[in-house]
Design a protein around this ligand. Structure first.
Ligand code: MN
Ligand code: MN
Length: 454
């Protein structure tokens, strides 16, 4: 398959413009809530109206109308009514906006050896040692008993302080067999302060932290009703001397979320209805009310169909059953420094475009959604017609690789689903890497899929 860069070497402007927007998004949206806030703003600017508002006024929807619904500020469904009846099926693209990170516990603050620290519980699959000895920013919300919400974002501005998890010097880390100490989950404690409060009777450094929080209106007990995420501090930036790549936090799966959202916002009067799903909790099994496993998407689709005068229980079932979906999640790119787990002829490469994983289970395809060739045939025609460069890939060598996405959940409705995303290096590490060419090609592929008349 051709290298995507062939198309863009003398023609990088649009691609770079798109990636500038993406870097800005990555740099400012590091939690689910920040992503949803961004998406609502963009959706409204593109003419999307909120389902909650439409329900209040009982406003009818017709072909070409755009509507969005927000689930607990952490997940979102965007919908554009097609010319065909909704029960003819929907072109759906679904991605997740949660990323691996370090969450504060509900009673996090404690004092040890002259420091105040925050106790944490990591979120998602991380290699724990990668999260020590680097600057972390504190993002999140604290909800007071009266429902008031206090937003936190500390560590992103140049003059903000950062926090972090300390690690041993190599001199004191010479364990038997020359192995370094394994970082355990309970070792991931965030250093937050070191000045004792002279007026406090005990836990003097912790008192300092509590004073600082009090200035923001936060009491120690408020941590119980808070969502505070420690994430790598700093901006996404160009990677490589040729600036061909992007390094940034949370690209799994915000790269696909951004590309599919931007594609969705450009859809006007589609043949089939289109839907963009931004969901939470994929990294911990798609569970919970804001994960793909919840009924939320189905419920709001019923609302959309009702406002369009097209609802019946049977029409809803038909719409879901006849839909086609790109589960837009990232895949592992072949890593030149770590070739062992890859099959370099069948795995994804940077610069080869949008990556389709027909299946991605492990140990005999176990747990995977194995996409139907009839559906893939249609997708090949759509991609080729739009001159989108894509690659047919797997994730790692047989019996070594594998992973899960939201594909299998939507497949339960009987719809056609395939994984289609951007290859990533350093996946789940604090700083992940993607290829600009693949990002742009994914966006173009998503747009072609939404606008498909097939
Ligand atoms: Mn993912
Ligand atoms: Mn992941």
């Amino acid at each position: 398959m051709d290298n995507v860069w062939k198309k863009y070497v003398d023609n990088r402007e649009e691609l770079e413009k798109f990636c500038d927007g993406y870097k800005e998004f990555l740099s400012t949206c590091k939690t689910e809530r920040e992503c949803i806030k961004f998406a609502i703003k963009k959706a409204q600017a593109a003419g999307y109206r909120s389902l909650a508002d439409l329900l209040k006024t009982n406003t009818k929807l017709s072909a070409g109308d755009k509507v969005y619904a927000v689930n607990m500020n952490k997940a979102m469904v965007l919908f554009c009514v097609g010319k065909q009846p909704i029960e003819a099926g929907i072109n759906i693209i679904g991605s997740h906006i949660d990323s691996p990170r370090i969450d504060l516990k509900a009673t996090p603050a404690y004092e040890s050896t002259g420091f105040c620290l925050f106790d944490t519980h990591y979120y998602g699959g991380i290699k724990k040692y990668q999260w020590t000895a680097l600057p972390l920013a504190m993002h999140g919300v604290v909800i007071k008993k009266d429902g008031k919400s206090i937003e936190l974002s500390i560590g992103e501005n140049a003059d903000d302080p950062v926090l972090g998890i300390s690690d041993l010097l190599p001199h004191l880390d010479n364990r038997p067999e020359n192995k370094y100490k394994e970082v355990k989950g309970e070792d991931l404690n965030v250093l937050a302060a070191s000045i004792p409060d002279a007026n406090a009777e005990k836990d003097k450094v912790k008192a300092t932290i509590l004073n600082i929080l009090k200035e923001k209106g936060i009491e120690e007990a408020d941590f119980f009703s808070a969502e505070i995420e420690m994430v790598p501090a700093g901006h996404a930036r160009d990677f490589g001397l040729d600036r061909s790549m992007i390094m940034g936090y949370g690209q799994d799966d915000r790269v696909c979320a951004y590309a599919s959202l931007m594609a969705m916002l450009e859809v006007e009067k589609p043949e089939f209805s289109t839907m963009c799903l931004l969901v939470d909790k994929e990294e911990i099994g798609s569970v919970g009310a804001t994960g793909m496993g919840s009924m939320y998407c189905e419920n709001v689709l019923a609302e959309f169909m009702n406002l369009a005068g097209q609802y019946s229980e049977l029409s809803l079932r038909r719409a879901l059953n006849r839909s086609r979906m790109l589960s837009s999640d990232v895949t592992a790119a072949v890593d030149p420094n770590n070739l062992a787990p890859f099959n370099i002829t069948t795995d994804a490469h940077f610069g080869k475009g949008l990556s389709f994983n027909k299946y991605n289970g492990r140990f005999g395809k176990s747990g995977s959604n194995d996409a139907n060739p009839e559906f893939i045939g249609v997708l090949r025609a759509i991609m080729d017609e739009a001159e989108v460069v894509y690659q047919a890939t797997e994730m790692g060598r047989v019996d070594e690789g594998g992973g899960g996405t939201i594909a299998y959940i939507m497949a339960k409705y009987g719809m056609d689903v395939i994984d289609a995303g951007v290859p990533v290096l350093n996946m789940h590490a604090p700083w992940e890497i993607t290829s600009k060419a693949d990002i742009y090609e994914a966006y173009r592929g998503y747009k072609a899929f939404y606008n498909s008349k097939k």
